[in-house]
Write a protein that binds this ligand. Structure first.
Ligand SMILES: Nc1ncnc2c1ncn2[C@@H]1O[C@H](COP(=O)(O)OP(=O)(O)OP(=O)(O)O)[C@@H](O)[C@H]1O
Ligand SMILES: O=P(O)(O)OC[C@H]1O[C@H](OP(=O)(O)OP(=O)(O)O)[C@H](O)[C@@H]1O
Ligand SMILES: [Mg+2]
Length: 295
């Protein structure tokens, strides 16, 4: 019997998304044999090969159909898409890691009273298309200075008055005497798939992979909640449980009028949620992680 056709997925070789991307695939049950300097890796137990590359190249590989799937920051993806006539990829799911924002920043002491302050100025960035789109939306004409890295240095070197770069904690801006003044894009890593028609013999594996990744993403937010409550509190408790359809309600042995409630909550469960459940009459509240889920 011939081997099933193998899928290809483009991942960042080494950088902020690399470990998270590999962890996601591992959680989806893929056993990956990979040496530190390998540019490709094979899943032992699933028909998929991984291709490791600079994150900037991932949208191209997926758009061209060389890789059916890829994981890349929305910032890199949208910058790429603005340079293309038509999208040849689709976003399958946001992945919840690599969260950052593309922001315009000014020297700490400079006055800034809104986008008009950018008119006629020089702005340094590695994201010229996203920045241009932002400026166009605000009807502002400014000069974009393209830099490939160390953008935060531009004001100090008097290359530009403003910068437009990724910000997460804000520590880099602060260390360079800058402050954020506008948000151009909020970003996180996304799973993308090629819109180029793939080989029909890969369709099954694609669907299986998407279901598995969907299962991992669903479990990351989801919790299993168990609590006890008197009958009169049940309706209110069902309303409070976040993202839970029809909880299971079981009578408590030896305590007439009291029930155990069990539910899968598919939205975040915060301390505040527990406080609200308690306030509604719940007791002995347990919140447990879910290891696997297939919806
Ligand atoms: N400070 C940050 N916090 C969280 N996520 C970030 C941060 N900076 C960047 N990212 C996200 O991680 C992605 C990869 O960042 P990284 O710094 O590893 O990229 P890079 O230097 O361009 O790497 P490569 O060598 O692959 O081109 C970014 O495109 C962005 O989506
Ligand atoms: O707001 P912060 O938490 O300080 O993060 C922002 C910094 O993170 C990114 O760079 P990175 O550290 O990935 O280095 P790079 O520019 O070499 O890719 C980004 O380009 C900023 O410089
Ligand atoms: Mg890059």
């Amino acid at each position: 019997m011939s081997e099933p056709a193998r899928l290809h997925m483009a991942l960042q070789k080494s950088g902020r998304l690399s470990d998270y991307s590999r962890d996601l695939l591992r959680d989806a049950g893929l056993r990956i044999l990979h040496g530190k300097n390998d540019l490709t890796a094979r899943a032992e137990n699933f028909p998929i090969d991984l291709m490791f590359m600079r994150d900037d190249d991932i949208p191209t590989f997926v758009s061209d159909g060389v890789c059916e799937f890829g994981i890349v920051g929305r910032n890199v993806l949208e910058e790429f898409a603005l340079g293309e006539a038509a999208a040849r990829f689709e976003i399958v799911a946001p992945l919840g890691f690599g969260r950052c924002s593309l922001k315009i920043a000014a020297p700490e002491r400079a006055t800034y009273e809104g986008p008009r302050a950018l008119a006629g100025q020089r702005i340094a960035t590695s994201y010229p298309r996203l920045l241009r789109a932002f400026l166009d939306r605000h009807g502002i004409d400014a000069t974009i200075v393209k830099m490939n890295g160390a953008v935060e240095l531009a004001p100090r070197l008097q290359i530009a008055a403003f910068i437009c770069d990724l910000v997460s904690t804000g520590a880099t801006l602060e260390a360079n005497g800058l402050r954020a003044v506008e948000t151009v894009l909020d970003s996180e890593a996304v799973l993308i798939r090629s819109l180029k028609p793939g080989a029909p013999d890969k369709a099954d594996a694609s669907e299986k992979l998407l279901r598995r990744i969907g299962g991992v993403l669903a479990t990351q937010e989801s919790k299993y909640i168990v609590l006890n409550a008197p009958e009169e509190a049940l309706a209110r408790i069902a309303e409070i449980l976040p993202g839970a359809d029809s909880p299971t309600i079981i009578p408590l042995h030896g305590r007439p009028g009291h029930f155990a409630v069990q539910a899968v909550c598919q939205e975040s469960v915060f301390w505040e949620t527990l406080q609200n459940l308690k306030g509604a009459g719940a007791s002995a509240i347990l919140v447990m992680p879910i290891e696997k889920m297939m919806l």
